[in-house]
Design a protein around this ligand. Structure first.
Ligand code: ADP
Ligand code: MG
Length: 206
């Protein structure tokens, strides 16, 4: 599997939504989330080898690049997520449904180790953790990777909606306290876009 193509789909989705993500961050942060991630994913496409088949190798390169180019809070968090996912997918050239769950788990563990947040603090975890739970639930019912990912995205979108209703207690948005209510979290939004791009990639390949 040329992971480059999937990363390219993620990059396109993030870059297409650059202004939207930045606008969300203007409301509860410092107006740079879309800019940060677009810069990072542009660099990822320059660094990742187009022909590399080892998923772990490509994701590790992507993670290191995000870590060094995105900046802000989200750079180290996304960087760590990709690098931790890379570890569990190391040596694999194809991704099955179980692999994707292992990668999601590793990514979440990395984000939590680094950012010390839990669900309900109005961060990217409020999309990713429910997505992981929905995904695992579908796998238990023998769903395919694509069907489980569809359920995960539905849960992630609900998670994004949920972030509108809660107070931020981590990251820059926490400075706003109650005033963060009513606004959706930029990182939860960008992580949902990431899952959507992965699904589109897998559907295109299927
Ligand atoms: P910064 O806040 O430094 O400007 P970004 O704007 O790029 O960085 O990213 C902001 C996003 O990072 C938030 O919307 C939130 O989802 C995520 N975030 C911030 N702190 C944490 C944390 N401790 N754990 C998980 N996600 C976090
Ligand atoms: Mg910001």
């Amino acid at each position: 599997m040329a992971v480059y193509e999937c990363l390219s789909d993620i990059a396109s989705k993030i870059i297409a939504n650059k202004d939207f993500l930045t606008e969300l961050d203007r409301e509860i942060g410092d107006s740079d989330h879309g800019i940060n991630l677009s810069r990072g994913f542009t660099a990822v496409l320059e660094k990742v080898n187009k022909d590399e088949q080892d998923i772990g190798v490509s994701l590790k390169k992507a993670g290191m690049t995000l870590l060094s180019t995105v900046g802000g809070a989200s750079g180290p968090l996304y960087g760590t997520a990709y690098m931790e996912a890379a570890k569990v997918l190391s040596g694999k050239t194809e991704l099955n449904a179980q692999d994707f769950l292992a990668a999601l788990d590793a990514a979440i563990a990395g984000i939590q180790k680094r950012g010390k947040a839990v669900k309900g603090e109005k961060t990217m975890l409020d999309a990713i953790i429910p997505a992981r739970e929905a995904y695992a639930h579908e796998l238990d019912n023998n769903a395919s990777l694509i069907n489980a990912l569809e359920a995960a995205i539905k849960a992630a979108r609900e998670g994004v909606e949920y972030t509108k209703t809660i107070i931020a207690t981590k990251g820059r948005a926490s400075y706003l306290g109650e005033r963060s209510i009513g606004h959706q979290d930029p990182g939860a939004t960008s992580s949902t876009f990431t899952l959507e791009a992965i699904l589109d990639y897998l559907k295109g390949k299927a």
